[in-house]
Design a protein around this ligand. Structure first.
Ligand code: HEM
Length: 420
């Protein structure tokens, strides 16, 4: 099934690429002109894109046995047997081992730890500093995920692991390898080896400890997994569990910077209300406009029928969270930042809002990620004034959807760190 786009739509797609500074613009043009199922017309790479409630439900729930998570690409090279990219029983086994550490009932136990790490990062800010909220959010999110899942305090190691982590993320981000799988990719071997050595070091340290710790690492060890498979799960959780939160936090600050009315109301609420309703709405609306995971990557194992056509077995297929979240037939004024659309009592149709995917393989860290965002954003807004510098921001399609070139804000302290 191939739907061609007209030369006029082609020109519109090119214009969108230039104005939005990312392929998301052309994807929206394709969606507008072709519909909820189309193929990307690139040489040597023409995956199918599907989106909308019907397709999401099929891919995630009702026909998920027709798709495979595992592909052959840099993600599988790097994460190997990681829970994110294995199928069938192997997946279910790892997932079960990990669920208890991220169960919503565990979340209150993480609050103080999250605040402590935000404290450490922000204690380095001086009044009038220009901070990049993409960088600062990453520091906070990394400290939190490593502490929560592996009881590892990485504060002193940050200078040493920062570049290897960024390199690992860059390694799995879309690039020229999409078109030419075997393209030489120099510059990764050393940092990726350093990252492995760091993770194996944590495993080794833990094996020597006399007392068990009640964390995810311990569960993996107690289950008798090999060090190699434990490393795969650790790297998966470390990346999936912090790069997404980094993007979410940074986008919240970008959007607050661009919408001062919402920013002011939110500061007012977090300072006066125990449960600021607007905070939740801002987080939800940010996840709608800039879902950190903007597509789900699948390989089709059996032909799939959608209202708008068939995706044949053997093809690569992405379900697009981004296009679903911006579909004007679902969302009124879809391109606008409007937190009130998530006000209590308002409903969204099933499978129209899926920032955490859906079905049995939906995000294992969804509750954790949202709790973290609520705690960190409230914490920061209570303690600091943030003044956006007004620079241009575009959505970069990396491993996650990131605000580039960052979110530069001038910070001044409002109250001291040790008040909650
Ligand atoms: C704002 C934060 C987050 C967002 C937006 C997000 C988004 C997602 C999405 C959309 C999926 C499904 C992908 C697909 O269908 O292909 C997913 C899966 C996953 N996420 Fe998250 N995530 C977030 C935070 C986290 C955290 C904090 C962790 C770990 C602590 C985590 C670990 C995972 C794992 C392991 C999977 C794979 C689950 C499976 O296949 O069974 N995520 N996430």
């Amino acid at each position: 099934m191939k739907k061609a786009i007209s030369p006029e739509a082609g020109r519109e797609a090119l214009r969108a690429l230039l104005t939005e500074g990312s392929p998301l613009g052309p994807l929206k043009v394709m969606a507008k002109h072709v519909g909820r199922l189309f193929q990307i017309p690139m040489p040597f790479f023409h995956p199918y894109i599907v989106f909308g409630p019907e397709a999401n439900r099929k891919v995630l729930v009702t026909e998920r046995n027709k798709v495979l998570w595992r592909n052959t690409d840099p993600v599988t090279d790097l994460l190997d047997r990681g829970v994110l990219i294995v199928d069938g029983e192997e997946h279910d086994h790892y997932r079960k081992l990990m669920e208890s550490s991220l169960h919503p009932s565990t979340l209150p136990g993480y609050t103080d730890m999250m605040i402590r790490h935000a404290d450490r990062v922000t204690s380095e800010w001086r009044d009038g500093d220009l901070v990049d909220m993409l960088v600062e959010s990453r520091k906070i999110a990394l400290l939190i995920i490593m502490d929560a899942l592996f009881s590892k305090d990485v504060w002193n190691d940050l200078p040493h692991i920062w570049t290897p982590i960024l390199k690992a993320i860059e390694y799995i981000s879309p690039g020229a390898w999409i078109i030419w799988r075997k393209i030489p990719r120099p510059g990764y071997r050393k940092p990726l080896r350093e990252l492995d050595a760091y993770l194996f070091g944590i495993i080794e340290e833990r094996r020597k400890e006399k007392e068990a710790k009640p964390d995810l690492l311990q569960h993996l060890m107690d289950a008798g997994l090999s060090d190699q498979v434990i490393r795969d799960q650790m790297l998966t959780m470390m990346i999936a569990g912090h790069d997404t939160s980094t993007a979410l936090l940074a986008w919240v600050f970008a959007l607050l910077g661009q919408h001062t009315d919402v920013h002011h109301r939110l500061v007012e609420e977090v300072n006066t209300l125990e449960k600021p309703l607007l905070l939740d709405q801002v987080i939800k609306e940010t996840l709608r406009l800039y879902p950190p995971i903007h597509i789900g990557n699948r390989r089709v194992a059996e032909d799939m029928e959608f209202a708008e056509g068939t995706v044949p077995a053997g093809e690569r297929m992405f379900y697009s969270i981004y296009l679903t979240h911006r579909d004007p037939s679902i969302w009124e004024d879809a391109e606008s930042f409007c937190p009130a659309r998530f006000a209590q009592g308002r409903k969204t149709p099933p499978f129209a809002y899926i920032p955490f995917g859906g079905g049995p393989r939906s995000c294992i860290g969804a509750a954790f990620g949202q709790a973290e965002a609520r705690i960190i954003i409230a914490y920061l807004l209570k303690r600091f004034n943030f003044e956006f510098t007004g620079h241009r921001i575009h959505a970069h399609m990396g491993a996650t959807l990131e605000p580039r070139p960052g979110v530069k804000m001038k910070v001044t302290r409002r109250i001291s760190n040790n008040r909650k």
